[in-house]
Design a protein around this ligand. Sequence first.
Ligand SMILES: [Mg+2]
Length: 191
Amino acid sequence: MKRKAFFFDRDGIVNVRIMGGYVTRVEEFVFLPDFFEVFRRVKEAGYLAVLITNQQGVGKGIMSEQALHDVHEYMQSGLVRATGFSFDDIFYCPDLASVEYSCRKPSPRMLLNAAERHTIDIEQSWMLGDTLSDARAARAAGVGAILIGDFDSEEGATADHVFPSLGAFLIAMERVLFGAAHDTQKQDGVL
Ligand SMILES: [Mg+2]
């Protein structure tokens, strides 16, 4: 049987994004407080939770793959402590932005690989992110796109829902997840 999944971008959704830099060490990984509640509700609603993250810092040699694994181990144990759940799987793309045919979002490749590995029902699935690349990857994969942040109406049109913050998404979450299928929903606009 196919499972519904919730795909999460990492930086800017799970943890505080370091502008112009990378989270290279556990000490630099700071959870966004509202993420815990979002994550707990997603897991309690029976979704498979999959992290989908571009990590160009690895391709640049700024951090090793081992360092990335250490950060993710720290993230997973922090999630279990705070919510009782952790990500069911993690996909990261270490490619440089300059790589042709990269797995990096906006390519849907990581989402599609996850869908194949876990027999995911794309039509019942969502991707939550904070950049247009996340929304474009979601659209290309065929999952619903939810964006967090400030976007103009043209940018916002790449997503099914746009919320100014994780907190605002939390308030609307039940309606978004248990409302009509994502392809029939309209833009929420900024609350
Ligand atoms: Mg991000």
